[in-house]
Design a protein around this ligand. Structure first.
Ligand SMILES: Cc1cc2nc3c(=O)[nH]c(=O)nc-3n(C[C@H](O)[C@H](O)[C@H](O)COP(=O)(O)O)c2cc1C
Length: 347
């Protein structure tokens, strides 16, 4: 049986999926929505300019240049500053707010997934944010299965499934699991369907291709999915998951990486940080697509944009002119490297 997906989202990824990256990724991927990186809210309501700096899409009807809506993600542990910051985001154009209770970073002392240990606080925060926002504004929460154990999930759901919450987005791992492959637990999501106060659930975690997406939909019993790390290797992943397209060819992926570099250049990024970001793009891509590993090792040693461009152009024309190599490489694509399951040092 084939599952038809209703919604496919581009995951928030701090330090990776900023506005220029969202622009390029939503050029090639028909996501229903993308999300900002988390914006940290502590004791003070954030200034308008901070919100607009992090989510410039708000000035353009809260959409990327390619028309993909962008939801604003906030992370914090105090209900009032979070609620008032959410209101400010709406004042400058946000149509959707997401609250992050999934970040496992040690550097977020009391926030993100740390709060999964405190269901009452979760409930207070979500209720207050929902209370201040107009009902037309979408409010979602993104979280993990639990802090230590997926047994915590029903209690967490009870706390978060506040009336008026529009979506529960669940990364199928606990905080303790971080990004470990063996921690992935789609069945835990499936087990709470029907207990969410009628709030739709979005499944997230290790959806990397058509097969894993179908398997995830079957197990989690939800037709909404969010994709993170695999998007760099397969920039058209929403169309692939919907069965509309084959994954883009490797030469196209490299061209998109270069388009990203050009996007950064047009925004005045210094060469050093542009190169770091380009290597980051290709670094994620090669983790999910073994065909890029060898090229990536060479590419990593490139010093500046001129050398990077030459390397990319040579590789792209090799791939276009040598279809046999591309076929061999396609076979290698099926052997996904284990490292694809590794996560960030700080989320
Ligand atoms: C580098 C990186 C940064 C991330 N930053 C965020 C973030 O800002 N907010 C958030 O809710 N999740 C963040 N995440 C988690 C992802 O949104 C997603 O839940 C996780 O990567 C699992 O999905 P995937 O297997 O499709 O990548 C981050 C993940 C990575 C790899």
């Amino acid at each position: 049986m084939t599952f038809k997906l209703d919604k496919i989202y581009l995951a928030p990824m701090e330090g990776v999926c900023d506005a220029p990256m969202r622009k390029v990724l939503t050029h090639y991927g028909d996501y229903d929505e993308c999300f900002s990186e988390f914006i940290r809210v502590t004791t003070d309501v954030l200034p308008y300019k901070t919100i607009l700096r992090d989510v410039p899409e708000l000035k353009e009807d809260a959409k990327t240049a390619y028309g993909c809506p962008c939801r604003v993600q906030l992370l914090g542990d105090e209900s009032e500053p979070l609620a008032q910051t959410a209101l400010r985001a709406v004042e400058v154009g946000a149509k959707g707010i997401d609250l992050n209770f999934g970040c496992p970073s040690r550097f977020v002392h009391h926030g993100g997934s740390m709060l999964l240990k405190e269901p009452e606080l979760l409930h207070t925060i979500v209720s207050r944010v929902r209370e201040v926002l107009d009902p037309s504004i979408v409010l979602s929460v993104k979280f993990r299965l639990g802090f230590l154990d997926a047994d915590e999930l029903p209690t967490i759901i009870k706390a978060l499934a506040v009336d008026g919450v529009d979506e529960l987005i669940i990364h199928a791992r606990t905080r303790k699991d971080l990004y470990k492959k063996e921690g992935l637990n789609w069945p835990a999501i499936g087990s709470i369907i029907g207990q969410t106060n009628n709030i739709p659930v979005v499944a997230n975690g290790d959806i990397v291709d058509y097969e894993s997406s179908q398997q995830c939909a079957q197990i989690t019993k939800t037709d909404r999915q969010m994709i993170g790390r695999a998007v760099f290797a397969m920039p058209n992943i929403p169309q692939v998951l919907r069965g509309q397209e084959q994954p883009l060819s490797m030469d196209k992926v490299l061209q998109i990486a270069w388009e990203f570099a050009q996007e950064l250049e047009s925004r005045g990024y210094p060469e050093k940080s542009l190169m770091d970001r380009l290597k980051q793009f290709l670094g994620w891509a090669q983790k999910y697509d073994g065909r890029l590993q060898e090229f990536f090792r060479t590419f990593c040693r490139s010093q500046g944009t001129l050398e990077a461009q030459q390397l990319l152009e040579t590789k792209i024309s090799d791939l276009i002119n040598n279809p046999q190599a591309a076929i061999e490489a396609t076979n290698a694509h099926n052997d996904m490297p284990e490292e694809r399951f590794s996560g960030p040092r700080t989320e």
